[in-house]
Design a protein around this ligand. Structure first.
Ligand code: OFO
Length: 170
């Protein structure tokens, strides 16, 4: 496997792992706040990021590279509120998208068309995740300080969590 592509893929492995850790911390915090729907949504999101990481690891190894399992960094354990959580989530996803786009660039520069093809799945995934984060953030802004609205939002998010179930790696 092309060494530059392998390095960039392993950097992406680390980013997906840290996304998973970050959302896990958000899920745990939401649970302590009694936001059970939000918590369930974020736990599922964390699992999905782990799946993104595993998919990369398997691809690197199948192509003759060596996947590097990254160490864990400690994400912040508390948040200012639900708007803070989803703003941070959107900002994080925007950075991940930048990194995926960079990976696409490297594949083209190195003429690695099969990795380029593989990474298109992540390109589409990022579009979906950004759109979802924006929609949720818009709803939170609409709710403002309305406690009843927050209750309904949290209940709706519990149902949304079911839809982003983690698919199997292969
Ligand atoms: Fe892996 O999609 Fe979010 O970070």
């Amino acid at each position: 496997m092309n060494k530059r592509v392998e390095k960039a893929l392993n950097e992406q492995v680390e980013k997906e792992a840290s996304s998973s850790q970050f959302y896990l911390s958000m899920a745990s915090w939401a649970e302590t706040q009694g936001l059970n729907g939000t918590s369930k949504f974020l736990y599922t999101h964390s699992d999905e990021e782990r799946f993104h990481m595993l998919k990369l690891i398997k691809f690197i190894n199948e192509r003759g590279g060596v996947a590097v399992v990254p160490g864990l960094s400690v994400p912040k354990p508390t948040f200012k509120g639900i708007e803070d959580v989803f703003q941070l989530l959107l900002d994080h996803e925007l950075r991940v998208t930048e990194s995926i786009n960079n990976l696409v660039d490297i594949c083209l520069q190195e003429k690695d068309y099969s990795t380029h093809n593989f990474i298109q799945w992540y390109v589409s995934e990022q579009l979906e995740e950004e759109a979802l984060a924006r929609t949720i953030l818009d709803k939170i802004k609409l709710i403002g300080s309305d406690k009843g609205g927050l209750y309904l939002f949290d209940r709706d998010l519990e149902n949304a969590a079911i839809k982003i179930d983690t698919p199997p790696v292969n």
